[in-house]
Design a protein. Sequence first.
Length: 206
Amino acid sequence: MSENNPLPDQTTAETGFKAFWNRPIKTPEGKPPRTMGQEILSWVVTIVSAVLIALVIRTFVFELYKVDGSSMSNTLVDGERMFCSKYDLLISGPKRNEVVICHYPNRGNTAFVKRLVALPGDTVEIRNRQLYVNDELVPDPPKMNSLPLQDYPKRTLKDNEYFVIGDNRGNSHDSRYSDVGPLERSQIIAHVRCVLFPFKNIRGIE
């Protein structure tokens, strides 16, 4: 073959193609060029990091819950969205009279909202359709007219037992019933702080 018609440069032909993930993309001036693969990896790392941060916040810091039902009315109304903290429970544990989010035995991850009325070592009793904790009357929450459905014999809570009741005492399934009973500390998962939605109902929860 004539020297005027040399064979194509095989090296150039074989290496001229670049996979899209190795192709450079435009970057702002002053920054080193990046390939598409590096850009994709950067987005994956960003998304995974965001998901992990959200999981940490949801597990240890706060979470939003929706009221479902009337067991806490009029303190909380069906359909309202609650802002609930978790960090304070991890630091100091639940306190008497707080409104809490909890899980019931054999109900999986279903969340319930109730008022924590008694702690380990407290005595709980309902007599003459009125609630007593440590032999002191606990009146109905403000704006409540309901009464407990039935008397409850005096009981001293053991270590790691917590007693919860709905503020609408006449219409609440809670620790008074044998299928629920006193809860364990691990079943109390959040502290209700305020109502965020509907916006017209924004308020703190005592």
